[in-house]
Design a binder for this molecule. Structure first.
Ligand code: NAG
Ligand code: NAG
Ligand code: NAG
Ligand code: NAG
Length: 421
């Protein structure tokens, strides 16, 4: 009995302690939860104190009442060469404030910002898991107020020769997750079925081309702000794009006008897959899937390994009121063709052919991307602060954001919607 009372007192004491520590951890200045460095150990505490000191010189919230950085632009790169395209060239320097964010990739543990905190840069590192984990760490860190921030996801990609060439700069409306499918090895495909690839949609009971998936995970398609995309496209069109002689030579092997022309800026959609696939069979199959999942409007032109993952995180963060999904731009430049020219072996094309597009693509992430960043900074007061109002449905295939700006979903199936229409 006595020991029971002592135990109860002990429990009550522990409970109160926990309550106090929880309360201390979630001080809410200006409605933004404050990050508590003491949760992450002494080494982080020192680093974050350092970042905090630097941030005093950065403009925080508009009322000046917070030490949380509120960037106008967050540039998102996926690997070091894309990162250095910006980090080495952008002026003013992005090394003005370095902020260690718990949960970022060990290869890029810091977000870099200009000294004013207006422009920041994060590197997720590659493929879907790294992209999702790093973007989550960023948006939930509470080290930034991202509610008015424009996200410029800028990287290189495989390019569809029907829509562009190596070095071409693209802006996506749709991002499709291509590998979220069933697959069977082509050697085991049914004989005489007319199937060229071993991929077919998840949840279907039949092995048929172009059946709408019976199972939807929610990351199959994302749709971005079309008005913002057009504005970014117009800004980027003023960029002087890089090209190489080797790329110019290889592209002449294609019959398509878009592939043969020098690099330009174009509007077309992107596909995400962890697998770096290549070849005309899969290209056709994934082109079909893009059309299917975007209900006929998507034009698949680039392939990459992260965007749907980053966008999935941004949709969830938008649902939590932490970011504005109308402020996301996906810029991808063609570094290599997603299929061989006619008469060229697909494996040779993937592994050895002198495609020559890599260098120009990397340079053009910056050449075009900086025009978009400049437009956002230069026209902040007139245009971007209030925002570029969407003229289309934005969000994911589940209507997680509930028809923002009054546009009902033009993708997905109503029975699967999180927010009914
Ligand atoms: C930020 O990091 C960069 C790259 O590591 C470094 O060169 C720079 O000195 C750092 N800046 C500050 C303010 O610590
Ligand atoms: C991936 O995101 C792109 C937008 O960048 C979208 O067009 C595509 O449908 C998305 N795919 C998946 C499977 O989420
Ligand atoms: C893609 O769609 C076209 C037109 O519907 C069809 O003829 C073709 O077989 C499809 N290709 C694949 C690989 O599914
Ligand atoms: C998209 O296409 C699928 C399959 O045809 C259809 O079931 C669904 O209703 C369409 N979604 C919208 C929003 O039109």
């Amino acid at each position: 009995m006595g020991s029971n009372i002592r135990l109860s007192v002990l429990y009550a004491f522990v409970f109160l302690l926990t309550l106090a520590s929880v309360a201390r951890s979630f001080v809410v200045p200006n409605g933004i939860l404050k990050h508590r460095s003491d949760k992450y150990g002494a080494e982080y505490k020192a680093k974050e104190f350092h970042a905090m000191k630097q941030r005093r010189h950065a403009p925080g919230r508009s009322d000046g009442s917070s030490d949380v950085i509120k960037p106008k632009v967050m540039i998102v790169a996926m690997f070091y060469l894309e990162s250095y395209a910006f980090l080495n060239n952008y002026k003013p320097s992005l090394y003005g404030i370095n902020i260690t964010v718990p949960g970022l990739s060990p290869r890029f543990p810091q977000v870099y910002c200009t000294a004013t905190g207006e422009v920041c840069h994060v590197t997720t590192t590659e493929a879907e898991i790294n992209a999702a984990a790093s973007m989550s760490a960023l948006v939930y860190s509470r080290l930034f107020d991202l509610t008015e921030t424009y996200f410029l996801i800028g990287g290189i990609a495989g390019i569809n020769p029907n829509y562009g060439t190596t070095g071409t700069v693209t802006f996506a409306r749709f991002a499709v997750q291509l590998m979220l499918q069933y697959e069977i090895d082509t050697r085991q495909l049914p004989v005489g079925g007319g199937f060229s690839s071993g991929f077919f949609t998840q949840g279907t009971k039949e092995f048929k081309n172009d059946l709408y998936p019976a199972t939807i995970y929610g990351t199959e398609v994302f749709e971005l702000n079309e008005a913002l995309r057009k504005r970014a496209f117009l800004a980027a069109r003023g960029a002087k794009l890089s090209d190489t002689e080797e790329a110019a030579k290889y592209r002449r092997l294609y019959p398509m006008a878009a592939a043969r022309s020098p690099p330009g800026v174009t509007l077309c959609d992107t596909g995400t897959s962890d697998t770096w696939w290549s070849g005309s069979v899969l290209a056709e199959s994934f082109g079909n899937l893009t059309t299917l999942l975007t209900n006929g409007t998507g034009e698949y032109c680039t392939t990459q390994q992260e965007d749907n993952a980053s966008l999935a995180v941004l949709v969830r963060a938008a649902a939590a009121g932490l970011v504005d999904f109308a402020r996301v731009i996906v810029l991808r430049t063609g570094s290599d063709f997603d299929r061989a020219p006619p008469g060229v072996d697909e494996l040779y094309h993937l592994l050895q052919a002198p495609q020559g597009g890599f260098e120009g693509a990397l340079a053009n992430v910056y050449n075009a991307g900086v025009k978009v960043v400049d437009d956002i900074i230069d026209k902040w007061g007139e245009v971007y602060r209030v925002g570029v109002k969407p003229t289309n449905y934005i969000g994911d295939i589940l209507n997680t954001l509930g028809s923002p700006y009054g546009y009902k979903p033009d993708i997905g199936v109503a029975s699967q919607f999180v927010v009914p229409v």
